[in-house]
Write a protein that binds this ligand. Structure first.
Ligand SMILES: [Zn+2]
Length: 350
């Protein structure tokens, strides 16, 4: 990562030294820099809009948000792909369970809404569908402007980092992207993450006290202080200077949030993140009967009372989707759809 930063810095220096001032271009010689910056912003905004993006998106709204997806490695070089975010507010009402209920009896619809509930893109499921539907996905958003000339490249890079919000749906991509962009590049981030089960288990007693290492196929092991979530929080706290941070959290667990998450332990690393409180939002699942008002009594620790007041972020709680119900509904719909596809098992009418 450090080598990549040096390469980026060297590239920026080379560009500055060799950029043509483009004096014959009206865009650069006539328009003042402020107007050019406004044009760039409008260009990024325009590329976020999709007339056929669907009824559940922010089509027509100006979001200036892009998902950073799939880290792809070419040797030692890290590459990312991006796709417009069409969800203007990830903390707005999550209607997926309601739509699943309305779809009862229509197996294809049930399957669709259950899958939207179960996806790790969570409330950004419209963005996932836009990204995966290649017929609706744009060929390129930034490249035409970035490849115009060195001067426009420099101005566009500055505009991209200054004006856009980058959205991440997994801890590893977020942390590695932050690592490649030292201050003052990234200004606004949105995280929408369903944490893997093993991560939240690291913060549950007795695991938390004894710091066991949980190994994975590509890592020697994790503990409560060395894991993708802790690393991401550390990156947010010490490697970038953000103006805005919006985090939506859930777990990849069929069991209740109250049952498997020790909030104060899990969220403690966020205390070191320095973002103005009014611009730092943390969306969490609503506490159920197990957790609400009983955090101390049953040994679990939730963000309630004085802990909420002291938190460096504003907490917004909303009902969590019923993942068990979605899973069972999808299984049942699958069975019915497969039965219809296969037709009658025997000879049929006599
Ligand atoms: Zn999105």
């Amino acid at each position: 990562m450090m080598e990549q930063r040096v390469e980026d810095s060297a590239l920026a220096t080379r560009l500055a030294a060799t950029a043509n001032p483009q004096l014959s271009s009206s865009f650069f010689s006539v328009l003042p820099a402020e107007i050019r910056r406004m044009i760039y912003v409008e260009y990024w905004r325009h590329n976020c809009l999709y007339e056929d993006a669907g009824e559940h998106t922010s089509t027509g709204d100006s979001t200036h948000k892009y998902h950073i997806i799939n880290k792809v490695r070419f040797g030692s070089t890290v590459r990312y792909t991006h796709s417009p975010c069409v969800v203007s507010d990830q903390n707005s009402h999550d209607f997926r369970m309601g739509r699943l209920d309305l779809a009862r009896g229509q197996d294809s619809e049930v399957h669709t809404w259950a899958r939207r509930i179960e996806t790790d893109w969570a409330v950004h499921w419209p963005c996932e569908e836009l990204y995966k539907n290649t017929t609706r996905r744009p060929q390129s958003t930034f490249m035409p402007a970035l490849l115009t000339c060195k001067l426009m490249y420099r101005e566009c890079i500055e505009s991209i980092y200054e004006n856009l919000t980058f959205v991440f749906t997994d801890t590893t991509t977020a942390e590695s992207f932050i690592d490649l962009h030292p201050p003052p590049t990234l200004r606004s981030l949105e995280l929408c993450i369903r944490l893997p089960v093993f991560l939240t288990e690291l913060y549950c007693p007795p695991s938390f006290q004894h710091h066991p290492r949980v190994s994975s196929p590509d890592h020697p092991g994790f503990d409560a202080h060395d894991n993708p979530w802790a690393t991401l929080c550390n990156a947010l706290a010490h490697r970038i200077t953000l103006r805005r941070l919006n985090i939506w959290l859930d777990i990849q667990n069929l069991r209740a949030w109250d049952e498997r998450v020790w909030e104060r332990r899990l969220l403690k690393p966020l205390a070191a993140v320095s973002v103005p409180r009014e611009c730092f939002t943390l969306a969490l699942p609503e506490l159920g009967p197990l957790g609400k008002g009983r955090g101390e009594k049953n040994g679990r620790t939730y963000l309630e009372g004085e802990y909420l007041d002291r938190a460096p972020f504003e907490v917004k709680r909303a009902p969590r989707p019923n993942y068990t119900e979605a899973y069972l509904a999808r299984m049942l719909a699958n069975t019915t759809l497969l039965t219809i596809d296969a037709g009658p098992a025997h000879g049929g009418a006599t």
